[in-house]
Design a protein around this ligand. Structure first.
Ligand code: SF4
Length: 317
């Protein structure tokens, strides 16, 4: 690990000021991904600004009947919150499907959104990787890519986003609230928060340098049956091959988002109009234009079958 300096920030303004003043600075909260990346020297910040003291650790009702989740709320506390369990069950289930108990105790809401891909070549500094070092190439294309994206990828990167929580937040139409380094606030719909790789796969999100997530808001509850189904190589502590987050109403209409297939949580609203026609019809629109590799073509079938199982479970209520 490279040497770095460290400070605790007491206010968002102090955190921003430290970021602007120190080239190579990074914010740190739970650190469950960043510390691993630093040990491997994939991330080499010169200075860490600890934001754990900023107070963004509350879950509170919003005036319009939704919920505001502080950026520092742990994954454990968010999954266990009675309001989340009651009204946003898909989110609670997605959180509990992710990582391990110990990691969920440390991982934060903002950090979960910002975690980086688990593409093995990204973590192997002996291999070319456009996400780690722009312009060096993509080892996964033509390499081992069973876990990789089947849609939304590019000739520069075929990585997937690893978060379960983000898939549920996408289906709930969450909004990410931030404060920029200059002190101005902004609200980013989760649909626009994560980027597709294009020719800039090193950029995972639309956040600007020094922009800090302060909270994530959920709109008022949708009702319906909430399901998060994750298919993976082992029963726990594994990333999704595919996952489906769903909120299905009694009449068979609803919303779905899929994880493990793209560089961001994958949701196609036009596909949701086909939900009452069943999984195969929905899949036609959901994964239209998919370009799987030879190794991961099974994911297309797996999404259809997982979605079929979700719709059958939703019928039972
Ligand atoms: Fe790097 Fe993306 Fe290629 Fe993986 S898929 S090696 S993260 S460029």
């Amino acid at each position: 690990m490279r040497a770095f300096t460290y400070q605790r920030a007491a206010t968002p303004a102090a955190a921003a000021e430290a970021f602007v003043r120190t080239p190579g600075a990074r914010f740190i909260a739970g650190g469950t991904n960043l510390l691993d990346l630093m040990k491997l020297e994939i991330e080499t910040p010169s200075h860490l600004i600890d934001v754990n003291g900023l107070g963004f650790n509350q879950i509170e009702a919003t005036p319009d009947g939704g919920l505001r989740i502080g950026a520092l709320v742990s994954n454990t506390d968010l999954a266990a919150d009675a309001r989340v369990r009651q009204d946003y069950g898909v989110l609670s289930r997605a959180l509990l499907a992710g990582a391990s108990g110990q990691l969920r105790n440390k991982a934060t809401t903002a950090g979960n959104l910002l975690q980086r891909t688990r593409c093995p070549y990204f973590y192997d500094t002996n291999q070319p990787c456009n996400k780690r070092v722009p312009g060096t190439g993509c080892s996964a294309i033509g390499g081992v890519n069973r876990q990789h994206a089947v849609i939304g990828s590019s000739s520069a990167c075929i990585a997937t986003h690893p978060s379960d929580m983000a898939v549920a937040m996408r289906v709930l139409d969450a909004t990410v609230e931030t404060v920029r380094a200059n002190g101005t606030a902004r609200r980013i719909p989760i649909a626009d928060f994560h980027r597709l790789p294009g020719d800039t796969p090193h950029l995972d999100t639309v956040l600007e340098p020094g922009e800090l997530i302060t909270s994530v808001t959920l709109p008022r509850p949708l009702g319906g049956v909430h399901i998060y189904r994750k298919v993976r190589d082992r029963a726990s502590y594994a990333f999704a091959l595919v996952s489906v987050a769903a909120v299905i109403q009694k009449d068979g209409t609803g919303r779905i988002a899929v994880g493990g297939v793209a560089h961001k949580p994958w949701r196609v609203e036009a596909a949701e109009a086909r939900l009452p026609q069943g999984a195969r019809a929905t899949l036609e629109t959901l994964l239209a234009g998919a370009k799987p590799t030879e190794e991961n073509a099974f994911k297309v079938t797996l999404v259809e079958r997982t979605l079929g199982a979700v719709l059958a479970a939703a019928k039972k209520g």
